[in-house]
Design a protein around this ligand. Structure first.
Ligand code: SAH
Length: 225
């Protein structure tokens, strides 16, 4: 069965997606555009065929190379926080994402911002992400095989930075690449006890809020093929 044929059958049906969206709404996701985007993006195309029947369950799933596609609730919560209106009312221009994985969070985010710059340390995952995003016709994204601890200096500053792997503390380099008024959404902490936090830059001040307990793979230094 081809990827396109799979898009039409029961496990990925409108009803299955509706159920996921209702679940996320029940768990507190209130931004209607974010919920609509979760309904729209075909998560089953981002994972292995063997797991496609579970694509619209609200769980993280393995991607290979020891990595996971994030839980839809967490993708929605991070996106909702990142796109929340800024005090100065400016829309989101450039956003940096660290940890592209298969590109699912990238695809959800792309419709809310002018351009997403996304960095992944494992080349084989990045290749899959590139194919997935191309198949969906998402073109306002630039992908790079690099170590996200360094951010993406030549494109900084960013209106938003979203990190989908957890360091033990917020990397200074990422704070430096945040524009004034910009927001960084990042899981922080050791395996098993991480918190998702949101940091807003106000001049030289960084205001920090804790959002929820999460479980991400670690943010690892260096790159791999
Ligand atoms: N955003 C993905 C989640 C992928 S899991 C989704 O939508 O499902 C986290 C990803 O972060 C993994 O692919 C991992 O390889 C990557 N990662 C970990 N440390 C990194 C680093 N220092 N730089 C870039 N990517 C990193």
């Amino acid at each position: 069965m081809s990827r396109m044929e799979r898009a039409g059958i029961g496990m990925t049906s409108a009803r299955t997606r509706d159920r996921l969206v209702e679940r996320l709404r029940g768990k507190g996701i209130a931004n209607v555009e974010v919920l609509e985007r979760i309904r729209e993006v075909p998560r089953h195309l981002f994972i292995d065929e063997a797991l496609a029947s579970r694509a619209y369950e609200d769980t993280a799933l393995p991607l290979g190379r020891g990595q996971t596609i994030s839980q839809p609730y967490v993708v929605a919560a991070m996106t909702e926080e990142l796109v929340r209106e800024r005090p100065d009312g400016r829309p989101l221009g450039k956003v940096l994402e660290i940890g592209t994985g298969c590109g699912y969070q990238t695809a959800v985010l792309a419709s809310f911002v002018r351009h997403v710059f996304s960095v992944e340390r494992i080349q084989s995952l990045l290749t899959r992400a590139r194919r997935n995003l191309r198949e969906l016709g998402i073109s306002n994204v630039s992908l790079r095989h690099a170590d996200g601890w360094q951010g993406w200096r030549s494109q900084a500053p960013f209106d938003g930075i979203l990190v989908t792997a957890a360091p033990e503390k917020v990397p200074d380099e990422l704070l430096e690449q945040l524009d004034d008024g910009g927001r960084l959404v990042i899981p922080v902490g050791m395996a098993g006890r991480q918190s998702l936090i949101s940091v807003t830059r106000n001049g030289t001040q960084f205001e920090r809020t804790e959002l929820l307990r999460v479980s991400f793979v670690p943010l690892v230094a260096g790159i791999e093929p």
